[in-house]
Design a binder for this molecule. Structure first.
Ligand SMILES: Cc1cc2nc3c(=O)[nH]c(=O)nc-3n(C[C@H](O)[C@H](O)[C@H](O)COP(=O)(O)OP(=O)(O)OC[C@H]3O[C@@H](n4cnc5c(N)ncnc54)[C@H](O)[C@@H]3O)c2cc1C
Length: 467
């Protein structure tokens, strides 16, 4: 078998792999990029981007239900051409994919981009497309795919995943969404708003990965007002005539299709990870250091969704950069990872920042809270629903984290995340300007509540505070 030598072999041309490639190129090392399956990244093809287009269309159409409140005529008569809406999702999706390909693999010479599945023979020897690649180091960035339980596969096209849903030319009349994590909830609510009769199921007692009990309760209440959400029981599927019967405890729904969004599994089978000679965890993923992305003490790095740690885009990008940087060097560097930031783009947004509720010590943590109901700007927008909770260290007042469900949560979460990155205290934040009337005034109110509960107070008075 023909064998070629490179400095770095990168397996997977998704966000993590492409970021790794950027670092390897910058270091002037030779490389080969290997991708099995469709190129164009999960984000652009079947992930972040088509889902956000669908959410936007659904939210715009849903807005008609508000228009009657101030005399907009004819809103009741508005209808949606679902086929045209889906075509729009696909058109924009194609634009995003073309853009990714145009900026990455389209311009790579054929010998640098192998389109096939790779397999480890040894830690630095790969087999792919009938040839062997000997690399000084290897980056594994093979991503993840939707998990579908074996028996559900027998239902064929009746059970959909995020790999199929954006391809539909039309939407079914009724659907069960099984799994109400971030992906299931975002899509479930959108499908409902696009006119599908949706029933949601999750075996957990929470949705969207919420941990804070106040946020969790509010999220369930708000979503339940839009479509039925059945929690706490494992859902089963059975064929009933032409339809699917989904049952969870004493709850059930008869539906045309199921969206299976119960989680994602790493793309590792047939990758030969057992040939690395290191311990693999229960999912078959090797142990690695998350500040260097190194697997054991091998010249092998693992980045992005495949490691299953934070399956979101900016983390895949960062991990790819770290992996590529280290793969291109003899000395291994450790990198501080950014404060966690999670955004669920359902309406209202559900977000988590920094330390999570279950990690906090109730003895040493103060919690500030604001409900969005009376917040002026939220009321004007007709979106005054939700709750914002901010956590700080009781003694020092340093902001630790936050969980929220509320309007423009995506923006508030960023703001708080940046403050956590800077190590700011609640007192320091309250000395920042807050415009009026903006949604950030909700954050200001939560911070005032929090300030009253922390020991650390601002020292001295600013000029303004003196008068
Ligand atoms: C519906 C949905 C919505 C999402 N929304 C958001 C969002 O709003 N915000 C956010 O931050 N994140 C979101 N995500 C997550 C985000 O898309 C992923 O975290 C990110 O795309 C992962 O990138 P990656 O490089 O790890 O994997 P991928 O982009 O999946 O790349 C992996 C590549 O490796 C290839 N491959 C697999 N096995 C092999 C092999 N053996 N040999 C060679 N190649 C192989 C695959 O075909 C693929 O091309 C969403 C995901 C989904 C599914």
């Amino acid at each position: 078998m023909e064998e070629r030598n490179v400095d770095v072999a990168i397996i997977g041309s998704g966000t993590a792999g492409l970021n790794a490639m950027g670092q390897v190129r910058r270091a002037g090392k030779s490389f080969v990029l290997i991708n099995g399956g469709e190129p164009g990244t999960t984000c652009a093809r079947v992930g972040c981007m088509p889902s956000k287009v669908m959410i936007q269309v659904a939210e715009d159409y849903h807005r008609r239900t508000h228009l009657g409140k101030y005399g907009v005529d004819g809103h009741q008569a508005m209808t949606l051409d679902v086929a045209e809406a889906m075509e729009h999702v696909q058109d924009l999706r194609d634009t995003f994919v073309d853009r990714v390909l145009g900026n990455s693999t389209d311009n790579l010479p054929e010998d640098l981009f192998i389109q096939d599945y790779a397999k480890f023979v040894e830690p630095t020897l790969l087999e792919v497309a009938g040839q062997r690649v000997r690399a000084k180091s290897v980056v594994v960035a093979t991503g993840s795919r939707p998990l579908v339980p074996g028996p559900w596969k027998a239902f064929g096209e009746r059970v959909l995943t995020t790999d199929d849903i954006f391809e539909l030319e039309n939407l079914p009349a009724s659907m069960a969404v099984i799994g109400l994590g971030t992906i299931g909830l975002e899509l479930g609510q959108s499908l409902h708003r696009l006119g599908v009769d949706v029933t949601g199921f999750d075996q957990l007692e929470t949705i969207a990965g919420t941990q804070d009990p106040e946020v969790s309760k509010c999220a369930i209440d708000l979503m339940n007002k839009e479509f039925p959400v059945h929690l706490g029981r494992t859902a089963e599927i059975a064929l009933e005539g032409d339809m699917l019967r989904v049952t969870a405890g004493d709850k059930s729904a008869l539906v045309d299709r199921v969206l299976c969004s119960i989680g994602r599994v790493p793309n590792i089978e047939n990758l030969g990870l057992e040939n690395l000679g290191v311990a693999l965890d229960a999912r078959g993923v090797p142990k690695y250091d998350r500040s260097s992305m190194q697997v054991g003490d091998l010249p092998v790095y693992i980045a992005g969704d495949v490691n299953g740690e934070r399956q979101i885009l900016h983390e895949a990008g960062d991990e790819g950069k770290i992996a590529g940087y280290n793969a291109a060097r003899d000395e291994i560097a450790s990198f501080r990872r950014k404060a966690p930031l999670f955004i669920n783009f359902c309406d209202p947004n559900i977000c988590a920042v920094g330390a999570r509720w279950n990690q906090l010590d109730p003895e040493t943590t103060a919690v500030g809270q604001i409900n969005f109901a009376p917040v002026g700007r939220a009321l004007i927008m007709g979106k005054n629903r939700g709750v914002l909770r901010v956590y700080a260290d009781k003694k020092s007042g340093v902001i630790l984290g936050s969980e929220m469900i509320g309007p423009k949560g995506e923006n508030l979460a960023h703001l708080l995340c940046w403050c956590i990155e800077q190590g700011l205290t609640v007192g320091r934040l309250l000395r920042m300007p807050f415009y009026h009337p903006v949604i950030e005034e909700a954050l200001q109110a939560a911070l005032y509540d929090l300030y009253g509960k922390v020991e650390a107070k601002n020292e001295g008075l600013t000029e303004l505070e003196r008068i």
